[in-house]
Design a protein around this ligand. Structure first.
Ligand code: GSH
Length: 199
């Protein structure tokens, strides 16, 4: 059975869980308490030298990096979450990389500063810079979603990849109100079969 190294507050782990659940795949979760530093213990860094969750162990095949995991699982078990057409696939890969380079890092770090860093240790200067970059990415994403229900053709792993940190924007005090297309896209994702809330 697929094993997912997970933490309930991890947006990146949630992406993988959402695909596993929506695709009807059986899996078990192994809790890695990143707040207690369990991800830095040798037992875990042997599995992922980057010391991060999520990690998937699929019958001994180990893969980490959430968006890579989504591609792997969709290719192997859930073809309806990844387009067949090469141009649509190219577009999907483009958005998965945009997600990991131009949006998730800014959204996730803004959230982390306000949600997890103890008061008094929060770097508000860094937070402002992160939010400025996040808004640049959100503007591009919002523009792309004009007249589109989903990122590429039908609902796919691209939507799954973008969803958690956008949904959690409020925890980094990033206002989504100016991004109306993103707001309707969130509703579209939440209306897909077997969708479940992040928490
Ligand atoms: N690029 C990685 C990022 C993974 C990541 O940052 N994971 C967080 C949880 S969401 C983590 O393990 N943090 C613990 C740490 O950095 O010490 C991915 O998409 O999987």
């Amino acid at each position: 059975m697929i094993k997912l190294y997970d933490h309930p507050l991890s947006g990146n782990s949630y992406k993988v869980k959402l695909l596993l659940v929506q695709a009807g795949l059986s899996f078990e979760t192994i809790l890695i308490d990143v707040f207690k530093g369990e991800n830095h213990k040798t037992a875990f860094t042997r599995i992922n030298p980057a010391a991060k969750i999520p990690v998937v162990d699929d019958g001994g095949y180990i893969i980490w990096e959430s968006n890579a995991i989504l591609i792997y699982l969709a290719e192997k078990y859930a073809n309806n979450y990844i387009p067949l057409d090469i141009n649509l696939r190219g577009t999907l890969f483009k958005w998965l990389l945009f997600n990991k380079t131009s949006l998730d890092p800014y959204l996730a770090k803004s959230r982390a500063i306000l949600k997890f860093v103890p008061k008094g240790k929060q770097d508000f200067k860094e937070l402002e810079l992160l939010r400025t970059d996040a808004k640049k990415g959100l503007k591009i994403f919002n523009q792309h979603l004009k007249k589109r229900s989903f990122i590429v053709d039908n609902y796919s792993i691209a939507d799954i990849a973008f969803y958690p940190y956008i949904k959690l924007c409020h925890e980094g005090e990033i206002d989504l109100e100016p991004f109306k297309n993103i707001l309707s896209w969130i509703r579209n994702v939440e209306n897909t079969d077997n969708f479940f809330d992040i928490y």
